[in-house]
Design a binder for this molecule. Structure first.
Ligand code: SF4
Ligand code: SF4
Length: 310
């Protein structure tokens, strides 16, 4: 399970910054762990607290969390976001915040919780995988966002898993929880969410925010945009990659990240097709010619060469 309120690192990276104080509090109290450090923990149906932690919690979802869950449930991202998430809006936020919506029963249980445990276990979100290991990263490095990584142990007083005798390293825990793909996508998303662009220009206007949201979280809408507009005619995208995007949400998400860099941050991650470039140039040339003609004084008919022609 998760204690994601204290492990925001892979949820919304902007939130990571907002949670800095919280992380500092945790790090001040808890020992920092390296991957090779050991801890004792085991969560299993035999513990008296089984399933109690999957209720009334704030779980921040990353784009990859949403991708995995939509594929698991066999529904579109648009439907998933409507049914299973909350999208809190704050005036000063740089990037979208997506929270897993708890059920409306008294305990506010996670909508995926079953009596046997997590009903989406193999596709559960990153925070649910990591608990009881928390991760904090420092941002203030030369390259901005790939800061030092700290692990620490989260100990909820009601969590009986800490009383179990099983000892393992932090790395063994992460391997067991299969967080590799989540970490890779999380790092790539952090590059976007902590982009220098936001330091220079501040939060995005609503239209760009919507573009950012669709290209990262609502892949159904982004798919409609990519394949239902002239985008692929205008930009030079490898045919094999287009084919992969048609069949794979991961490829589409990859393209979404490139698209944000181009369309939001103004980076040269997309190449305009030569034909499209030529069409734009032709259009500009025509426009220029028209303007020149308009500004040129009318020629006297008597001097017109046509008049002199036979
Ligand atoms: S997704 Fe699974 S592990 Fe995470 S809170 Fe819901 S039921 Fe628990
Ligand atoms: S042992 Fe901890 S993680 Fe497992 S069910 Fe109990 S409270 Fe949740």
């Amino acid at each position: 399970m998760s204690d994601e309120g204290k492990t925001p690192e892979n949820g919304d990276p902007q939130n990571v910054l907002k949670e800095t104080v919280l992380q500092e509090e945790i790090l001040a109290e808890e020992a920092r762990l390296n991957p090779e450090d050991t801890f004792k923990f085991k969560c299993h149906p035999g513990v008296t607290c089984f399933n109690t932690c999957c209720a009334d919690v704030n779980i921040f979802l990353s784009p990859y969390d949403v991708l995995r869950l939509t594929e698991r449930l066999g529904i579109s991202s648009t439907e998933f976001l409507e049914k299973y998430t909350l999208l809190p809006v704050q005036q000063d936020m740089n990037t979208p915040v997506v929270l897993l919506k708890m059920g409306d029963n008294e305990a506010k249980s996670c909508q995926f919780l079953t009596e046997e445990g997590c009903g989406v276990y193999t596709d559960r979100p990153w925070p649910c995988r990591m608990y009881p290991i928390g991760l904090a990263t420092s941002r203030d490095t030369d390259d901005g966002w790939r800061g030092e990584r700290f692990y620490f142990l989260l100990k909820e007083s009601t969590c009986q898993g800490h009383q179990e005798a099983r000892e393992l390293t932090v790395q063994e825990w992460m391997d067991e929880q299969e967080v590799d793909a989540y970490d890779e996508w999380g790092e790539a998303y952090k590059e976007l969410a902590l982009h220098k662009f936001f330091d220079d220009y501040g939060p995005l206007p609503p239209s760009k925010m919507e573009m950012f949201f669709n290209a990262t979280y609502d892949l159904q809408k982004f798919r409609e945009f990519v394949f239902g507009s002239s985008l692929l005619e205008r930009f030079d995208v490898d045919e094999e990659f287009i084919h992969r995007m048609q069949n794979s949400n991961e490829a589409l998400l990859h393209f979404g990240f490139l698209w944000i860099r181009f369309a939001v941050f103004g980076e040269p991650t997309m190449k305009v097709r030569t034909e499209a470039e030529q069409a734009v140039q032709d259009m500009l040339d025509t426009k220029k010619k028209d303007e020149e003609e308009k500004s040129t004084p009318e020629t006297s008919p008597s001097t017109s060469p046509q008049k002199e022609a036979p």
